[in-house]
Every structure is written in C-alpha cells, then in structure tokens.
Design a protein around this ligand. Structure first.
Ligand code: OSB
Ligand code: MG
Length: 372
C-alpha cells in the first residue's frame, strides 16, 4: 500500500448533553482525526484520547505529538500490506495506543475500500445487526436520571449502564430497580472504589446487575480478582485491559467475567480482534465500549461489534445522543428493537461529510511521502 499523504486535524465538537463520570465532566470534545490518501482512496481514523489524561494516560495533545513525530514518519516510509502490519511497525513506540489505533484503523478502512468489501467483513464480522446499550452519565439529580432512563428504555435500547461513584450508587440502583425491576442494568465506576469497599460493592448483588465495570484501579487486575471472589455480580474489565496478554492474565486470575473492548484503548483493530479471540477461548463474552466518538469512530465500532463474540449490547448508540450534527452521512440510527444494522456496502459504510469536518477543524497538519 503506497500512502501518499496523511492529514491530522483537531475537531472541536460540543456534546449535545454534558457527560459526567467518576473522573470528571465532558461538555465539549477536542478530537484528533486522521485522513490517509492512497492511490485515489481516502480513509479516516479517529483518536479516542480525551482532552485530559483522566480515563488513561493519553490525551489529544500527547496523541498529536506522538502521531506527528513517531507514527506518521514510520507509516510514510513503510510498505505495508494491511492494518495487521501496523502493530509491528509502531512497536518501538511504547504505549500511546490511542494514537496508534487512529492510524491503524484508518489503514483497515483503506484496505476495505481497496478490496471492495465492507469493513465488517474485512475484520471477520458475521452479524447483520448489533445489539445496542447506552451509557448514562452521572446527573445533577436522581429525578433527571430517571427521566433519561425512561427516554432510553422507550427508544428500545437493550441495556442501560449507569455511571456511578461513592454517593451515586446504592441509593440510585435502589431507585432504578424499584421502577424497572427487569431491565438489563449495569454500572461503570471508572475506578472510583478501593478493595476496602468490597462489602459495600457486595451489597449491590441484590440489584441483579449484569456487571460492574472497572470498580478498582485503572491499571489493576490482581485486586479485581480478590474483589470478584467476594461478590456475586460479574466484574467487567475496561481500563486495565491494554492487550491480549492482559486479557489472558486477567481471565487466568479471575479478575472479571466480561471484557469491554475499546479499539482505541488496545491500540487498534488487530489487538481488538486478538482480545476478542482470547475471550472466546475462555467462553467469556465481550462487548464494544464507546469513548463519545464522532461518526468516524462510531462507524468503526459498529464494524468491530459485528464479530461473533460481541454477544452483549455495546455502548454503541445513535449519533443524536451525542451530537446535534454528526460528521457522517447517514447518521448512526438505532431501531426500536435497540439494534444497529451493520453496513454491507464497501468500506465503513458511512460517508464522511468533508464540509462539516472543515467547518469544525481548528488545527491541521499534513505530511506527504518522502520523495527520496
Ligand atoms: O468508561 O466506558 C467508559 C466515556 C468516556 C470515557 C470512558 C467511558 C465512557 C462511556 C461512554 O461510558 C460510552 C459512550 O457512550 O461512548
Ligand atoms: Mg468503562
């Protein structure tokens, strides 16, 4: 694959509604997107790093500099055959997985176009539709949360995930379960608890949560195994799973019984598929997480979610939940059964609206293949 040019852009996009987690509130996003030109094709990738290094140690500004100084030069000099060659090409650079994923995923996007197949098919997807859930942030009041849940349940979403933290947990679950005793309900703590909270967390077993996502430290799976032994509810690992070795270690240790796969967190589609396969070999279900993506990252998440072991509803939901206007056409929509139809057309299956992208671009930098 001869790559002629790579363009980096920073997009500024206000969220339709603020999103609050145990690590902070997001009202507007600064997003790094990459565009790759090759032999008449244009492919896109989205970097999911946030504005601050609060979810993980990456942020948009570190991702930009690593992309500019380390990753782009390697890609422009290389002659790669597919996205699967990216991990080795980038291996000398430690970490910075979200930065790497944006480029690797753009290469997969490009490869799908060149081979004239859907991205889903190229990744090994088998599902025609994917089951969808929603992640609902911490709200100003419990009443506001109840309204939000009512809206999403009415829209047909198959699973409701509540962000939680000390003070916004047991009382909230109690209230929600009283009104909706049977919905598929889960929670995500984003590392807001410690092992000394084990008894408090065990108290949630009575709410029959589908899972508790990343209750302990973002980089831990040893103490998660101890916590999992002390509670009945399944632990789902998010932040701490960086690659397939982590998944293997965590599953051997018993740190959790479900894995959330975020393609950005693990460095790209190649590693995401490897984690999917490791989990499958353990009989462990996976689902696709979200990072408040624009339509570009969202389209890629939909393709990934079509792999066979993505058997639980993901955090992949409609564009309109995040943006008054997305950057793709058509927008991502969810059926009244809470599903998204996986595109079968060539490539990602959603057109990137260049004028819309231009209008919200606040920084750009272009690189071309060295001529020598
Ligand atoms: O932990 O899954 C998470 C958003 C930003 C950072 C971390 C997380 C989230 C979400 C939102 O839960 C998922 C989404 O709807 O995109
Ligand atoms: Mg999470």
């Amino acid at each position: 694959m001869k790559i002629e040019a790579i363009h980096l852009r920073e997009l500024n996009m206000p969220l339709a509604h603020p999103f609050e987690t145990s690590f902070g509130v997001t009202t507007s996003r600064r997003i790094l997107v990459v565009e790759i030109e090759s032999e008449g094709f244009t492919a896109w990738g989205e970097c999911v790093a946030g504005e601050h290094p609060y979810f993980s140690d990456e942020m948009i500004d570190t991702a930009w500099i690593i992309t500019e100084t380390e990753l782009v030069p390697r890609l422009l000099k290389a002659d790669i055959a597919s996205g699967r060659d990216c991990p080795e090409l980038f291996a000398q650079v430690r970490g910075h997985r979200m930065a790497k994923a944006a480029l690797e995923n753009a290469i997969w996007d490009l490869d799908a176009q060149k081979q004239k197949v859907s991205l889903s098919k190229l990744l090994g997807g088998t599902r025609e539709v994917i089951p969808c859930g929603v992640s609902i942030g911490i709200q100003p009041t419990p009443e506001k949360l109840m309204e939000k849940i009512a809206t999403e349940v009415a829209a047909g979403y198959q699973r409701i995930k509540l962000k939680c933290k000390p003070g916004w947990d047991t009382n909230i679950f109690e209230m929600v379960r009283e009104r909706w005793p049977d919905i598929l309900l889960s929670c995500d703590a984003n590392s807001a608890y410690q092992l000394s909270d084990a008894e408090h967390i065990a108290g949630w077993d009575k709410f029959k949560l589908l899972m508790i996502e990343q209750p302990l430290w973002y980089d831990d799976f040893f103490f998660h195994a101890e916590l999992q032994r002390r509670i009945k509810t399944d632990i789902c690992l998010d932040e701490c799973i960086r690659n397939q070795r982590d998944a293997l270690a965590a599953l051997e240790l018993g740190s959790g019984r479900i894995i959330n796969i975020k393609v950005g967190r693990v460095g790209g589609f190649t590693e995401a598929i490897a984690i999917h396969d490791v989990a499958q070999s353990f009989g462990i279900a996976v689902w696709c997480g979200g990072m408040l993506e624009t339509g570009i990252g969202r389209a890629h998440n939909i393709a990934l979610s079509s792999l066979p072991n993505f058997s639980l509803p993901g955090d992949v939901s409609a564009s309109k939940r995040y943006w008054s206007q997305d950057v793709i056409e058509p927008e991502v929509t969810v059926s009244s059964e809470g599903t998204i139809t996986v595109p079968t057309s060539v490539g990602r299956g959603y057109e990137v609206m260049r004028e819309r992208v231009e209008a919200i671009t606040v920084r750009r930098q272009s690189f071309t293949r060295p001529t020598a």
